[in-house]
Design a protein around this ligand. Structure first.
Ligand code: MD6
Ligand code: FE
Length: 219
């Protein structure tokens, strides 16, 4: 007798819709799933060269998100301010080169969102543990704002806050899952945004963490 189980209960398919958030901003659900394993392997290599660390803010607070970088420029923070640095201040050595799989993913996501020829030179790698959060901010340390930002989520889900051009503007809450990619640029480039405190959980790809890759043209 023929088994109809598959027809009656199709396996849950990953959600891969492309959702416009607002002019210049897209949520590409599941866009990074196909390369999740090489992405995670590359993050391990990057962190072996420049370990995750909790940077100090100019105001003297320790960031709850662990950070490292790859590419020709890396985003860092200390008591003197925020900046992009070609070298890891901990070692004095250059960051790991941007892996091919990172470049290809960032470029194709930017393309889908309508930003052709994106050539990121900086990739900030963020590691969230339960309770880690990113307060509302604008990304404004880059040399120019004509290029988009491409942000890749891996592991535990998080709630992304997406606001307006003023800190006090109302924010929408966007749940981000493993493999989701957010692209924003153009009229959305200077939106305030942040990440709510990560909830406890377990993800088969990352354990108790969320990893985020944020690609930029910084120099
Ligand atoms: C994060 N992302 O999702 C932190 N910034 O972990 C960011 O701060 C960010 O996702 C600019 C554009 C996209 C982002
Ligand atoms: Fe940001």
């Amino acid at each position: 007798m023929k088994n109809h189980t598959l027809e009656l209960f199709p396996p849950a398919a990953p959600d891969t819709r492309h959702e416009p958030l607002e002019p210049g901003a897209w949520l590409l659900r599941g866009f990074a799933l196909a390369v999740q394993m090489p992405l995670l392997a590359a993050i391990d290599r990057i962190a072996a060269i420049a370990p995750f660390r909790h940077l100090e803010t100019p105001g003297g607070f320790r960031m709850s998100v662990g950070m490292t970088n790859c590419g020709t420029l890396g985003w860092v923070s200390d008591r003197t301010g925020y900046r992009y640095d070609p070298c890891d201040p901990l070692s004095g050595r250059p960051w790991a080169a941007m892996p091919r799989v990172f470049l290809d993913l960032a470029r194709s996501a930017a393309d889908v969102a309508g930003f052709a020829d994106f050539e990121p030179d900086a990739c900030l790698v963020n590691r969230y543990e339960p309770g880690s959060r990113l307060t509302l901010h604008q990304d404004r340390n880059e040399r120019g704002y004509s290029d988009p930002i491409v942000s890749v989520s891996l592991g535990l889900p998080a709630v992304f806050l997406f606001g307006g051009d003023s800190r006090s503007d109302k924010q929408r809450r966007i749940p981000l899952q493993h493999g989701d990619v957010v692209v924003w640029g153009g009229p959305a480039r200077m939106r305030y945004h942040g990440v709510l405190p990560l909830k406890e959980g377990h993800h088969e790809a990352t354990g108790s963490q969320r990893l985020n890759l944020t690609f930029r043209r910084a120099g």
